[in-house]
Design a protein around this ligand. Structure first.
Ligand code: 13P
Length: 257
């Protein structure tokens, strides 16, 4: 973390978990466990159908609510899809774009990610853009080149001004849901390389202010060590964000003075 230059953001990604009726009990518990977050922003990204309940439940708690995906088109004949304006109309502030599960199971590419980033920014949403390598790619030694390409393509055509609203999440695919966390050094190496790519495109000032999260089996035990790294400005948390005590412990790790 480097609180002097950029925000620390702890975001939960509920994936396809939690019923709408489970949102308020979760929120009530989290609010009791974390009465105020001093140093970091907190976000809960939830399934579409949970979003109205989440916006309502977190309104008084300064917890931002995010979606897990959106369609890149403004509106029209796209059966089953959800637009950016539908999200903002509900009071949603963030959206995860290009999560590896969407790339893997739903055919999303760096180019569709780029289109969605533009749509989200146009609508006033804050995109959380996910990048990450597979185990095979890491073992072949191409992690940094691959991540650089993902970042450059995802941000293609995004202005320096709009970059203020973009969060990047580095999520190595081999660490997601596996209990295998990247070491703090491995995670920081890639987050620092991402900052370098942003510096090349936008200059030092934008690079210094962009929030870069780590995600992949981040939990209440390893959060403090990961967050102590200079280029890791928060987390995108799957499994541990489903349990109020665990998610609160991660927020508290980011809140330390
Ligand atoms: P886990 O924390 O369950 O590994 O998931 C990480 C993730 O994919 C967050 O987007």
């Amino acid at each position: 973390m480097n609180r002097k230059y950029r925000k620390t953001v702890i975001a939960g990604n509920w994936k396809m978990n939690k019923l709408p009726s489970e949102v308020k009990p979760f929120a009530d518990e989290l609010k009791t466990l974390v009465p105020k977050q001093k140093w970091c922003d907190v976000v809960i990204c939830a399934p579409f159908v949970d979003l109205p309940a989440a916006v309502k439940a977190f309104r008084d708690a300064k917890v931002g609510v995010g979606a897990e995906n959106l369609n890149e088109n403004e509106k029209g004949a796209f059966t089953g899809e959800v637009s950016a304006n539908m999200l903002t109309d509900l009071g949603v502030k963030y959206v995860i774009i290009g999560h590896s599960e969407r790339r893997q199971y739903y055919g999303e590419t760096d180019f569709s990610v780029n289109a969605k980033v533009h749509t989200a920014l146009e609508a006033g949403l804050n995109p959380i853009v996910c990048v990450g390598e597979s185990l095979e790619q890491r073992e072949k030694g191409i992690t940094l080149e691959l991540i650089a390409l993902q970042v450059k393509t995802a941000l293609s055509g995004v202005s320096a001004d709009k970059m203020r609203r973009v969060i990047i999440a580095y999520e190595p695919i081999w660490a997601i849901g596996t209990g295998k966390t990247a070491t703090a050094e491995q995670a920081n190496e890639v987050c620092s390389a991402i900052r370098g790519v942003i510096r090349d495109i936008y200059g030092a000032r934008v690079a210094r202010s962009v929030t870069i999260q780590y995600g992949g089996s981040m939990n209440e035990k390893n959060a403090a060590e990961l967050l102590a790294q200079p280029d890791i400005d928060g987390g995108l948390i799957g499994g541990a964000s489903l349990v109020p005590e665990k998610f609160a412990a991660i927020i508290n790790a980011a809140n330390q003075d």
